[in-house]
Ligand binder design. Structure first.
Ligand code: AKG
Ligand code: FE2
Length: 185
């Protein structure tokens, strides 16, 4: 499994965010996440760090908690695309037996309040039966479709992504790092 980072870079070795290791967080992803946060009643949410996880079928992510953010009250948002996974969600200690759920393309996991600091893991990525990520039949009129949707309608543009997703899952894991009013680490 591989990953890239956006915004504040999460260093999996030290688990420390730093002001010296960050780039601009993509505005469209920040807006999308804020939409989810506001809809769920989390005002003032600001997406500041993301890990984009790339899982070829057969790869796994070991059990862990995400506790490096200065702000542990803001929820963690997790968007899944491509092939499906088994996601294990446990408790705040390893003594608690985890619950298993499937995460499919388009599913969003929100870890907030008591689940924010719970152990979780991805023990299995496997083939899905349906491929919702290949379906661009939107009812939006042509002029209202955003650029990325129009780009994906173009077979030449989409083909490499379709090939990649056929055997892989992508998860985008988004966090707010700073507390309200905090300007830097
Ligand atoms: O792939 C997932 O669903 C979870 C990823 C995750 O837990 C993380 O990036 O911290
Ligand atoms: Fe995590």
């Amino acid at each position: 499994m591989r990953w890239t980072t956006l915004g504040y870079h999460h260093d999996w070795d030290t688990k420390v965010y730093s002001e010296n290791m960050k780039n601009k967080f993509p505005q469209d992803l920040a807006d999308l996440t804020k939409f989810f946060a506001t809809t769920l009643g989390f005002e003032n949410y600001s997406a500041e760090a993301a890990i984009v996880n790339y899982y070829p079928i057969g790869t796994t992510l070991a059990g862990h908690t995400d506790h490096s953010e200065a702000n542990l009250d803001a929820p963690l948002f997790s968007f899944s695309f491509g092939q499906k996974a088994i996601f294990l969600l446990g408790g705040q200690s390893k003594d608690e037996k985890p619950s298993a759920m499937f995460l499919k393309s388009g599913d969003v996991v929100v870890m907030s309040k008591s689940s924010r600091l719970c152990y979780h893991a991805v023990p299995r990525v496997m083939s899905c039966e349906l491929e919702p990520y290949n379906n661009f039949n939107s009812n939006e009129p042509e002029e209202k479709k955003c650029k990325i949707v129009n780009d994906c309608d173009d077979e030449n543009f989409w083909t490499p992504f379709r090939h990649y997703l056929k055997d892989s899952r992508i998860n985008i894991n988004i966090r707010q790092v700073l507390n309200k009013g905090q300007l830097e680490l």
